[in-house]
Design a protein around this ligand. Structure first.
Ligand SMILES: [Zn+2]
Length: 248
């Protein structure tokens, strides 16, 4: 099943899962790019998955419902309870399973607090045997989300849990932050060969205006310092160092 990257704002990514007729989107922070995609591809919107309540993830829901060609009048909008005021109509939490049978999509909901208290992720399969993770602002390529509501202990534990998923898991994060994250990783771990190699590759891709996403969990385990923290205080200090880091 094609999973397409729909760019929004300056560095957000709205992930779209589509068959020939339907589109399911993750975190539509704005409606216009999704509308253009639907029109260009002749698709009907059949559902929305939300990871957390930030405006750049939920802000497009209302306009999409008002303007998009919909598969039905009551398409499901899954998300945490804190997102009910933003248009979520089907609250999901840890242990729930989200299914779109006609598209052969089956995703389990994980509670992954830290970036926010309410953050969830969707992990599972979409029409093939490849494990896929839609993780919003929890795990980024070579980085992780800031603490904007949750605690370092929560985010550390959420990232450790995600790190245990199968190494071949494809990771769909909600922002193109990879280059900045690798500049920090390279600063924090000078001389780390894997980070240097990835930094060169990512720099080249960005210079050509190309995306660096999705990423693979195996790549993150090898080059994402936020997954290496042995305990909460180590994690809190690397998160704090990144918060004030300015690339040279
Ligand atoms: Zn966020």
């Amino acid at each position: 099943m094609p999973i397409v990257e729909i760019p929004a704002f300056t560095d957000n990514i709205i992930w779209g899962l589509q068959d020939g007729d339907h589109l399911l989107v993750v975190d539509p922070g704005e409606a216009a790019p999704v509308m253009r995609h639907l029109e260009r591809e002749g698709l009907l919107l059949c559902g929305i998955l939300i990871t957390h309540h930030h405006a750049d993830h939920v802000g497009g829901i209302g306009d999409l419902l008002a303007m998009a060609p919909l598969a039905s009048l009551d398409i499901p909008i899954y998300g945490p309870s804190a997102c009910l005021p933003h248009g979520v109509n089907t609250v999901v939490q840890e242990g729930d399973v989200v299914e779109f049978e006609s598209m052969d999509i089956r995703l389990s909901v994980f509670a992954v607090p830290g970036h926010t208290e309410d953050h969830i992720a969707y992990f599972g399969f979409a029409s093939d045997a490849t494990p896929r993770l839609f993780c919003g602002d929890t795990l980024f390529a070579a980085g992780c989300g800031r603490l904007l509501g949750g605690t370092a202990a929560q985010l550390h534990s959420s990232l450790q849990r995600l790190a245990q998923l199968p190494p071949e898991t494809v990771i769909y994060c909600a922002h193109e932050y990879t280059l900045g994250n690798l500049l920090f990783a390279s600063h924090a771990h000078p001389g780390h060969e894997g980070i240097q190699t990835r930094l060169s590759e990512v720099r080249a891709r960005r210079q050509e205006g190309r995306s660096t996403l999705p990423t693979l969990l195996s790549t993150e385990r090898a080059t994402n310092p936020f997954l290496w923290a042995a305990n909460v205080s180590e994690f809190a200090s690397i998160r704090a160092a990144k918060d004030v880091f300015r690339a040279p």
